[in-house]
Write a protein that binds this ligand. Structure first.
Ligand code: TYM
Length: 330
């Protein structure tokens, strides 16, 4: 079967709200790819069940995430935007793939180790088999490319190994996907601990910029951002705080690192930080407005996710018919 356009799949977990890390590491790239690819962008709600969720809050967070996808500029006509749980084949394929994934492989996943460490009272099987569901998400749509941040690299490698293992055993069934990382910004760090990834659930929320943060909060977080005593805007590993801020600047302004260095040569960190706050709010203020508009229009959201699930299901059905046949299911 000849494919016309190459396929993209990616997703984000609907917990809390999107961070600047999610936007720069993933969503900014999703938007660029929508022009040339057949894109499936999911709200991977089932993945979020690996940690306990309050049902009312979770329902709200799910809708809020769809509104955030739209506010970020993802066009529902060009992209298939949908909830993972609306396409039942994700879990069906996940079961099958779990029979092709080794315990040893899952035990090596650093995210599992980190999360198990963080949620010691709830180290459930879902947390452990999470990467298998993620592989199913991707392989179900025969994705060629998966635009994600650097933290998903290991999961992507596992997905490729499982796809190859299945293909070797049963003949060509799955497209073996490639990771797509942006040139810069694949790992945005915490503003408070620049050696740690910026993460939605960080205990120190001063380190995390949320796309829905009001302007004054963003300015405050930037003012508090950890730098160093060198007072030099230079791109190097000895200044991780400054380096992270320069990456944020570059991805939002389009400037090169040398342009940034030259511009701030005689200016202090204060000016540098406030310019970055300006760049961020230039992005987040219109984002917040669009978000509020979509949240006031639940019918629009419903149209998008119903239509998205229909389109995604069609593709998923073709893959699953092939997979069931390959496995010898009657
Ligand atoms: P999630 O929800 O943690 O993050 C969504 C996307 O944002 C990227 N990201 C970052 N990029 C740069 N800097 C950061 N600080 C940063 N934090 C997050 C993530 O790499 C991701 O691309 N397991 C996935 C969701 C998922 C998925 C999939 C992704 C489930 N199935 C299939 C791709 C394909 C996750 O938890 O992403």
């Amino acid at each position: 079967m000849e494919k016309q356009l190459k396929v993209i799949f990616s997703g984000a977990q609907p917990t809390g709200s999107l961070t600047l890390g999610n936007y720069i590491g993933a969503i900014q790239n999703w938007k660029e790819l929508e022009r040339d690819y057949e894109c499936y962008y999911s709200i991977v709600d089932l993945h979020s069940l690996t940690v306990k969720q309050d049902p009312d809050d979770f329902k709200q967070a799910n809708l809020s995430f769809l509104a955030q996808y739209l506010a970020a500029g993802l066009d529902p006509k060009k992209n298939v935007l949908f909830f993972q749980s609306h396409v039942r084949e994700h879990t069906e394929l996940a079961w099958m793939l779990s029979c092709f994934t080794y315990m040893g492989e899952l035990s090596r996943m650093t995210q599992f180790k980190d999360k198990a460490d963080k949620h010691k009272d709830n180290i459930n099987a879902g947390l452990y088999t999470y990467p298998v569901l993620m592989a199913a998400d991707i392989l179900l749509y025969q994705a060629d490319l998966v635009p994600v941040g650097d933290d998903q690299r290991q999961h992507l490698e596992l997905c490729r190994d499982v796809a190859l293992r299945f293909n070797n055993a049963y003949g060509e069934t799955f497209t073996v996907p490639h990771i797509y990382l942006g040139k810069i910004g694949a790992r945005i760090m915490s503003l408070q601990e620049p050696l740690k990834k910026m993460s939605k659930s960080d205990e120190n929320q001063n380190g995390v910029i949320h796309m829905l943060d009001p302007k004054d909060v963003i300015v405050k977080k930037l003012k508090k951002a950890v730098t160093d005593s060198m007072n030099a805007v230079k791109y190097n590993d000895a200044q991780p705080g400054v380096q992270n801020l320069m990456i944020i600047h570059a991805t939002l302004s389009g400037w090169t690192m040398s342009e940034i260095e030259a511009h701030y040569q005689d200016k202090g960190y204060g000016t540098f930080k406030m310019d970055i706050a300006e760049l961020i709010t230039g992005l987040t203020e219109p984002f917040r407005e669009k978000y509020a508009h979509y949240m006031k229009n639940p019918d629009v959201l419903k149209d998008v996710y119903v239509n998205g699930a229909e389109r995604a299901s069609k593709k998923a059905d073709v893959t699953m018919t092939l997979v069931r046949d390959r496995l010898g299911l009657v």
